[in-house]
Design a protein around this ligand. Structure first.
Ligand code: SAM
Ligand code: CA
Length: 236
């Protein structure tokens, strides 16, 4: 559970999490996402992939707002990317950024087989300079309907500063891992905080959560799905 960093669920029991997966998620998971999930599970960094129920949430959000032009920061093998690509209409687009093309190429054959690779514009490299480039062009301001951010926590606030200008009013930005394995509310002596990775990024996630909570340009909804996702809707 919360102390187990390999378990993506913040729910009260593994049984409850399994129940959700087996009842509502896996039976409806498109075959290509199952294939990608299974392929990713064999990769040493598999803990980075979003869990299947979060893919289902992203898909629902994309469809609810009728997103056409989307962006993703942090692709890894493509679980969130493929869930988004499948949810978009045939001419929908995803600008996808990751510093590591090799990860993306692991999942790419499955994305191609699913017939959605044409929707993806993958850019290898750090996202921040690319975002800076995008905001130079007035045409990109307010041009995105949906943005999913799941990359280096150090830059989440830097991403927010730029992405808020790129997403349209009424559009959504999803920030992933905003509950950081439950550590955001852990007492100072919690064993979880002895884990270097968790301890290191926790203050950054806390800072992000505070900043999002008081940002008047957005409405927010913090969901305990996966490792916590904060959905922001731009209102001004
Ligand atoms: N959303 C992915 C999925 O569903 O499988 C998981 C993304 S993983 C948690 C984070 C990714 O961010 C890694 O693939 C890493 O290479 C990428 N990354 C790290 N720093 C980055 C940066 N500065 N710009 C873009 N991508 C970055
Ligand atoms: Ca994540």
């Amino acid at each position: 559970m919360i102390g187990d960093v390999n378990n993506k669920s913040l729910l009260q029991s593994n049984e409850l999490y399994q129940y959700i997966l087996e009842t509502s998620v896996y039976p409806r998971e498109p075959q290509c996402l199952t294939e990608l999930r299974q392929l990713t599970s064999k990769h040493p960094s598999n803990v980075m992939a979003i869990p299947a129920e979060e893919g289902q949430l992203l898909s629902m959000l994309v469809k609810l707002i009728g997103a056409q032009n989307t962006m993703e920061i942090g692709v890894y093998t493509g679980s969130s990317l493929l869930a988004t690509a499948l949810a978009l209409s045939h001419d929908g687009k995803i600008l996808a950024m990751d510093t590591n093309r090799e990860y993306y190429e692991l999942g790419l054959p499955i994305i191609e087989k699913a017939g959605v690779a044409h929707k993806i514009d993958f850019r290898e490299g750090p996202a921040l300079p690319l975002l800076d480039q995008l905001i130079q062009d007035e045409n990109n301001k307010g041009a995105y309907d949906f943005v999913f951010i799941d990359a280096d926590k150090e830059n989440y606030l830097n991403y927010h500063k730029r992405v808020i200008e790129l997403v349209r009013i009424g559009g959504l930005i999803g920030y992933d891992n905003t509950l950081w394995y439950g550590s955001v509310a852990a007492p100072p002596n919690a064993p979880l905080l002895d884990m270097k990775h968790i301890k290191h990024y926790r203050p950054l996630v806390l800072e992000l959560n505070k900043a999002l909570a008081i940002d008047p340009r957005i409405e927010i909804c913090q969901l305990p799905v996966g490792d916590g996702i904060t959905i922001c809707r731009r209102i001004s």
